[in-house]
Write a protein that binds this ligand. Structure first.
Ligand SMILES: [Mg+2]
Length: 252
């Protein structure tokens, strides 16, 4: 019993040391990372914009119409599919045999009008010396709409979308393996890659494959993030504050 308590204390202090070692100020991120990979929804733009919420409402709407369900039943089906497969669409394809194309077309047809050009984010992305890519469970078209509205579409070399992943979504390991291939990541260079995500559980496979991970803090999955702490290297409140902390490194 005493040994167990002691062991627990040692583990806690090791975790603390890991946090200290990960102090952003002491790392030259441009030197350390050649591949910068970003999730799209609620990572590249602020969660509070509610854009992804709108996509989610369109999903409920589609399910309601397609299966002739009431609001509650449609929402229940949507939630169950998401919980079971990590992606509503994936569940609907497997269990209900739906065609993905019209679904994706419908759900991503949302209003982007309040998404403005983001000069600050553009400047920050411009400071990154390595390759920049988007890794999203949404479609290329959706990514293009968002990134163009924000004036940062040109910043990214590759957009890896749900079609590239054969409709297999993060956090399924198979999705990451396909992404790795498309981004030319291998066992040699994967440790020079860094992945930014708001959905904490999506960081676990990335970390296990050898990528460094950044969790964009949000209350929606804070509990999950706490339980996945060992797979998270860095955190911050939003993409711009994180990038400015990382890129404003000065050698002392
Ligand atoms: Mg996201």
């Amino acid at each position: 019993m005493v040994w167990e308590l002691l062991l627990e204390k040692v583990l806690i202090s090791l975790n603390f040391m890991k946090l200290v070692l990960n102090n952003i100020e002491n790392i030259d991120f441009n030197e350390k990372y050649d591949h910068w990979i970003f999730d799209l929804d609620n990572t590249i733009y602020d969660f509070h914009l509610g854009l992804f919420r709108r996509v989610s409402l369109r999903m409920t709407e589609y399910i309601k119409g397609f299966f002739n369900l009431n609001d509650l039943d449609a929402l229940t089906l949507q939630r169950n599919m998401y919980k079971k497969y990590g992606l509503t669409l994936r569940g609907l394809m497997i269990e209900k045999k739906i065609n993905p194309e019209p679904f994706l077309e419908f759900v991503h047809d949302v209003d982007f009008s309040e998404l403005n050009e983001d000069v600050t984010l553009k400047k920050l992305l411009g400071k990154i010396k390595g390759k920049k890519s988007i890794y999203t469970n949404a479609t290329f078209k959706h990514a293009e709409n968002i990134l163009k509205s924000m004036g940062i579409f040109q910043e990214f070399e590759i957009i890896f979308d749900i079609k590239d992943a054969n409709y297999i979504a993060k956090p399924d390991l198979n999705s990451y393996l396909m992404m790795k291939k498309k981004l030319s990541l291998n066992d040699k260079n994967i440790s020079k890659s860094i992945f930014f995500e708001d959905t904490a559980k999506n960081l676990k496979p990335a970390s296990e494959l050898g990528m460094s991970t950044v969790w964009i803090e949000n209350d929606f999955n804070r509990k999950e993030a706490d339980s996945l702490r060992e797979y998270i290297n860095f955190t911050g409140s939003d993409i711009k504050s994180i990038l400015s902390n990382m890129l404003e490194f000065q050698k002392r």
